[in-house]
Design a protein around this ligand. Structure first.
Ligand SMILES: NC(=O)c1ccc[n+]([C@@H]2O[C@H](COP(=O)([O-])OP(=O)(O)OC[C@H]3O[C@@H](n4cnc5c(N)ncnc54)[C@H](OP(=O)(O)O)[C@@H]3O)[C@@H](O)[C@H]2O)c1
Length: 337
């Protein structure tokens, strides 16, 4: 076995959209395992929008990555050696092992996964935090009812594509907003969304929403914030529910945008907007994962993963995702399962 562990560290705090030079590929000695620990070889790494927040030292709900620190991230991997009673060599595990080829673990916050129950990579997509975010953010926060109109922004991405399909399962009219014609086509022709539009070519978002949501908007699942969300807010119905999942349009701004002040819309329409972090639902992950797995098995939810190969390409995969290059879930394949 190799004696070297390659890692991607944070080289510089980005200003605006991150660049490849904000990351460094480093080689460190393979970590030495002690009693109660096991060594994992990372197989798949998830690249996620929240990582942009960790690269910054602005106050947030989680500590930033230190300059020179290994980038954190969700992974699945395989145990290669173990001095831990509950984990054996050959076991597949999911955990936050970060942007590196090998990681030591004490087993805390690590979940064993069965590669025969579902493809390994789905533990980072529809059956991972992505699917759980869609499930709780839509069902718990918005409680969508049959025939209601649900709008999803970031609709062709990892979370958004699952949200829209769950809303279809609940009998809703579903309208997606995404950043290319190809994504719009995917949503309406492959995922059965009722309508979708490309926010990069449509200029009058509110007019488009009026056309595509003739009965107004009852539920909005917000992945992006910014001008798209401003337009959706103006079209919400009385008693609407808004799930604030992400604000990706704001993550790379060097200066905060001055937006319109829309809280009076919530007041007048007696609507609810509720921010959430998926971790608040941790006690119910098993329940949600079982339901998501059942919907996948029965063909009610389709999922898609895209792969970029090799740890050195993890920064490229991350930047590709931030720029909207992904359809479904963006992953990095670090090694063979
Ligand atoms: N609250 C939570 O616990 C939680 C958990 C997971 C994720 N999230 C949030 O959920 C959102 C989606 O995450 P994900 O993992 O599913 O990522 P994703 O949607 O697979 O990838 C990000 C997508 O964001 C879109 N995007 C980038 N810049 C944009 C902009 N300026 N305006 C509009 N869209 C833009 C791009 O698609 P287009 O081509 O459509 O632009 C890109 O594909 C993110 O905001 C993330 O922070 C929240």
């Amino acid at each position: 076995m190799t004696t070297v562990n390659r890692q991607i560290t944070l080289a510089a705090r980005p200003v605006g959209f991150p660049k490849a030079s904000d990351f460094a590929l480093v080689e460190t000695p393979m970590p030495t395992q002690e009693a109660g620990q096991f060594l994992v070889r990372v197989v798949y790494l998830s690249v996620d929008p929240y990582m942009r927040g960790r690269m910054s030292d602005a106050p947030s709900y989680a500590a930033p990555v230190a300059i020179g620190g290994v980038m954190g991230g969700g992974t699945v991997g395989r145990v290669v050696s173990s001095q831990h009673a509950d984990f054996q060599p050959g076991d597949f595990v999911e955990g936050m092992f970060g942007w590196q080829e090998y990681a030591l673990s004490d087993g805390k916050m690590v979940r064993k996964v069965d590669p025969l129950a579902a493809p390994l990579e789905t533990n980072l997509s529809v059956l991972g935090l992505t699917g759980l975010t869609a499930y709780f953010g839509l069902l718990d926060i918005c409680d969508p009812k049959p025939d209601e109109t649900v709008v999803v922004s970031g609709a062709a991405g990892a979370v958004g594509s699952i949200v829209g399909q769950i809303a279809k399962i609940k009998g809703c009219r579903v309208v997606g907003i995404a950043g290319s014609d190809m994504k719009v086509d995917y949503l309406t022709n492959e995922l059965n969304f009722d309508a979708a539009f490309n926010y990069k070519t449509v200029t009058q978002y509110e007019d488009e929403l009026k056309k595509l949501c003739p009965k107004g908007i009852d539920v909005y699942f917000d992945n992006v914030g910014g001008a798209i969300t401003d337009a959706v807010f103006r079209r919400i119905n009385p008693m609407a529910r808004v799930s604030i999942c992400g604000q990706i349009s704001q993550y790379n701004l060097a200066k905060p945008e001055a937006g319109p002040r829309l809280l009076s819309i919530l007041l007048m329409r007696q609507a609810k907007a509720h921010g959430f972090l998926v971790f608040q639902f941790a006690a119910r992950y098993d329940e949600a994962r079982a339901q998501l797995a059942e919907w996948v098995r029965s063909g009610k939810i389709k999922h898609r993963e895209e792969f970029i190969n090799g740890l050195p390409n993890a920064p490229r995969a991350f930047l590709h995702m931030l720029a909207g290059g992904n359809l479904g879930k963006q992953l990095v394949k670090i090694s063979e399962p």
